[in-house]
Write a protein that binds this ligand. Structure first.
Ligand SMILES: [Zn+2]
Length: 87
Protein backbone atom coordinates (compact mmCIF):
# COMPACT_ATOMS: atom_id res chain seq x y z
CA UNK A 1 0.00 0.00 0.00
CA UNK A 2 1.25 3.43 -0.94
CA UNK A 3 -1.44 5.97 -0.13
CA UNK A 4 -1.32 9.22 -2.07
CA UNK A 5 -2.82 12.57 -1.21
CA UNK A 6 -5.59 11.68 -3.62
CA UNK A 7 -6.53 8.66 -1.53
CA UNK A 8 -6.68 10.78 1.59
CA UNK A 9 -9.28 13.16 0.21
CA UNK A 10 -12.27 13.22 2.54
CA UNK A 11 -15.47 11.58 1.35
CA UNK A 12 -17.57 13.92 -0.72
CA UNK A 13 -20.97 14.57 0.79
CA UNK A 14 -24.18 15.48 -0.94
CA UNK A 15 -23.93 18.96 0.59
CA UNK A 16 -20.55 19.44 -1.12
CA UNK A 17 -21.64 19.04 -4.72
CA UNK A 18 -22.42 22.69 -5.38
CA UNK A 19 -19.16 23.96 -3.93
CA UNK A 20 -16.73 25.48 -6.45
CA UNK A 21 -13.88 23.15 -5.47
CA UNK A 22 -16.01 20.10 -6.15
CA UNK A 23 -15.22 18.40 -9.45
CA UNK A 24 -17.99 16.84 -11.51
CA UNK A 25 -17.49 14.03 -14.00
CA UNK A 26 -19.98 11.83 -15.80
CA UNK A 27 -19.71 8.18 -14.92
CA UNK A 28 -20.28 5.17 -17.11
CA UNK A 29 -22.62 2.35 -16.14
CA UNK A 30 -20.75 -0.84 -16.98
CA UNK A 31 -23.77 -3.08 -16.61
CA UNK A 32 -27.04 -3.35 -14.80
CA UNK A 33 -27.86 -6.35 -12.69
CA UNK A 34 -30.68 -7.63 -10.56
CA UNK A 35 -30.42 -9.24 -7.16
CA UNK A 36 -32.99 -11.38 -5.46
CA UNK A 37 -35.71 -10.48 -4.83
CA UNK A 38 -36.05 -7.14 -6.57
CA UNK A 39 -33.01 -4.95 -6.10
CA UNK A 40 -31.63 -3.36 -9.24
CA UNK A 41 -27.87 -2.98 -9.10
CA UNK A 42 -25.74 -0.71 -11.23
CA UNK A 43 -22.10 -1.49 -11.79
CA UNK A 44 -20.50 1.88 -12.26
CA UNK A 45 -17.01 2.81 -13.37
CA UNK A 46 -15.88 5.61 -11.07
CA UNK A 47 -14.55 8.40 -13.34
CA UNK A 48 -12.05 9.48 -10.68
CA UNK A 49 -10.32 6.23 -9.70
CA UNK A 50 -11.72 3.84 -12.37
CA UNK A 51 -12.79 1.29 -9.79
CA UNK A 52 -15.95 -0.64 -10.51
CA UNK A 53 -18.52 0.26 -7.88
CA UNK A 54 -21.60 -1.82 -7.25
CA UNK A 55 -24.52 0.34 -6.19
CA UNK A 56 -28.11 -0.46 -5.47
CA UNK A 57 -30.39 1.77 -7.45
CA UNK A 58 -32.30 2.72 -4.29
CA UNK A 59 -29.10 3.93 -2.66
CA UNK A 60 -28.15 5.95 -5.75
CA UNK A 61 -31.55 7.60 -5.71
CA UNK A 62 -31.18 8.33 -2.02
CA UNK A 63 -28.08 10.12 -0.84
CA UNK A 64 -25.85 8.67 -3.55
CA UNK A 65 -23.22 5.94 -3.42
CA UNK A 66 -19.77 6.59 -1.99
CA UNK A 67 -16.83 5.19 -3.93
CA UNK A 68 -13.78 3.98 -2.02
CA UNK A 69 -11.84 7.00 -3.34
CA UNK A 70 -14.31 9.40 -1.72
CA UNK A 71 -16.27 10.31 -4.83
CA UNK A 72 -20.04 10.53 -4.56
CA UNK A 73 -22.00 8.82 -7.33
CA UNK A 74 -25.52 10.14 -7.91
CA UNK A 75 -28.45 8.64 -9.76
CA UNK A 76 -28.48 11.08 -12.67
CA UNK A 77 -25.12 10.00 -14.09
CA UNK A 78 -22.74 12.40 -12.40
CA UNK A 79 -19.97 11.72 -9.90
CA UNK A 80 -18.64 14.38 -7.57
CA UNK A 81 -15.34 14.66 -5.78
CA UNK A 82 -13.93 17.42 -3.65
CA UNK A 83 -10.67 18.77 -5.06
CA UNK A 84 -7.27 18.26 -3.50
CA UNK A 85 -7.12 21.94 -2.54
CA UNK A 86 -9.95 21.51 -0.08
CA UNK A 87 -8.39 18.52 1.66
ZN1 LIG B 1 -13.61 6.25 -7.12
Amino acid sequence: MNPSRFDKAPPTRYADINKPECETLEYRVVRIGREHPSSITWYIECPFCFAEVKAYLWSLCGGGKQCGCGALLCSHGDAYKMGILSA
